[in-house]
Ligand binder design. Structure first.
Ligand SMILES: Cc1cc2nc3c(=O)[nH]c(=O)nc-3n(C[C@H](O)[C@H](O)[C@H](O)COP(=O)(O)O)c2cc1C
Length: 216
C-alpha cells in the first residue's frame, strides 16, 4: 500500500495578521472577529465552523483528543456538550483541565485555549437539550458513550425502545450536559511568509489579561 508522501507538502502563508488593528486588551473581541470570519468562510467553502479539537488527560497524565462542537462562547469561555460518563467526561471529572484547538489552517489560522473546565448548570444543559432535534435527544440517551458495544444493533434497539417510552418530550439524561472551559491562556496564530508566523498569546494574571508576542 502506498500513500501520498507528506514530507514534501508545503503551503505558502502570508495572508494576514492582527497587526492591522493592533491586539485587543482581551482575547474575546479578537476571537469573536475570527470566529465570524470562520463562519463566513465555511458558508462559502463548506465545513463546520464550530468544530474544535478538545484534549483532556486522565489522572495519570495520559492525554486524549477528539473533536467536539462549540455550542456557546463569550468572554467567560467555551461551552460544549457531551456525555459526562464518556472517556472525556471521566477524565474531566478526575482532572478538570483541558486544551482546545481550532485548526483553521485553510485560512492560515489557529486558535488554542487552555484552562480549567467545569460543568455548566443543569438548567443550561436542559435548555440546550430541549433545543436539539428529537433524534439527537434520543441518541444521547441511547448511547453509553465510549463503552464497548457488541454491534450497531444494540444502540439502535435501545433507541427504538426509548422512542416508544417517550412519545412526546424527551427528558434531559442525568449523565449528559455541558462543560465550560474558562481559559486562562488563549493563543492566536496567523501564517506569515518564510515560517515567520505571528503568534499572540493572552494569559490571565490575577484579574488582568496580558498579551505577548511569541516566537514562531
Ligand atoms: C465533527 C464532529 C463533531 C463532534 N461533536 C461532538 C460533540 O459536540 N460532543 C460529543 O460528545 N462528541 C462529539 N463528537 C464525537 C467525539 O469526537 C468523540 O468520538 C466522542 O465524544 C467520544 O469521545 P471520548 O470517548 O474521548 O469521550 C464529534 C465528532 C466529530 C467528528
Amino acid at each position: 500500500v502506498t500513500s501520498p508522501d507528506p514530507s514534501a507538502m508545503r503551503a505558502d502563508y502570508g495572508r494576514d495578521s492582527w497587526d492591522r488593528n493592533g491586539p485587543t486588551e482581551h482575547w474575546w473581541p479578537l476571537f469573536a472577529e475570527w470566529f465570524a470570519a470562520r463562519v463566513e468562510f465555511c458558508q462559502r467553502d463548506g465545513g463546520e465552523p464550530n468544530a474544535m479539537v478538545l484534549a483532556t488527560a486522565d489522572a495519570a497524565g495520559r492525554p486524549s483528543a477528539r473533536t467536539v462542537l462549540l455550542k456557546g462562547c463569550d468572554a467567560d469561555g467555551l461551552v460544549f456538550f457531551t456525555n459526562y460518563t464518556s472517556r472525556k467526561g471521566t477524565q474531566l471529572a478526575a482532572n478538570p483541565q483541558a486544551s482546545v484547538v481550532f485548526s483553521w489552517f485553510d485560512q492560515q489560522r489557529q486558535v488554542t485555549f487552555g484552562g480549567p473546565v467545569e460543568q455548566v448548570s443543569a438548567d443550561r444543559s436542559a435548555e440546550y437539550f430541549a433545543s436539539r432535534p428529537r433524534g439527537s435527544q434520543l441518541g444521547a440517551w441511547a448511547s453509553h458513550q465510549s463503552q464497548v458495544i457488541g454491534s450497531r444493533a444494540d444502540v439502535e434497539e435501545r433507541y427504538a425502545e426509548l422512542d416508544r417510552r417517550w412519545p412526546k418530550e424527551v427528558p434531559l439524561p442525568p449523565f449528559w450536559g455541558g462543560f465550560l472551559l474558562r481559559p486562562d491562556e488563549v493563543e492566536f496564530w496567523a501564517g506569515r511568509p518564510d515560517r515567520l508566523h505571528d503568534r499572540l498569546r493572552y494569559r490571565q494574571e490575577a484579574d488582568a489579561w496580558i498579551h505577548e508576542r511569541l516566537a514562531p
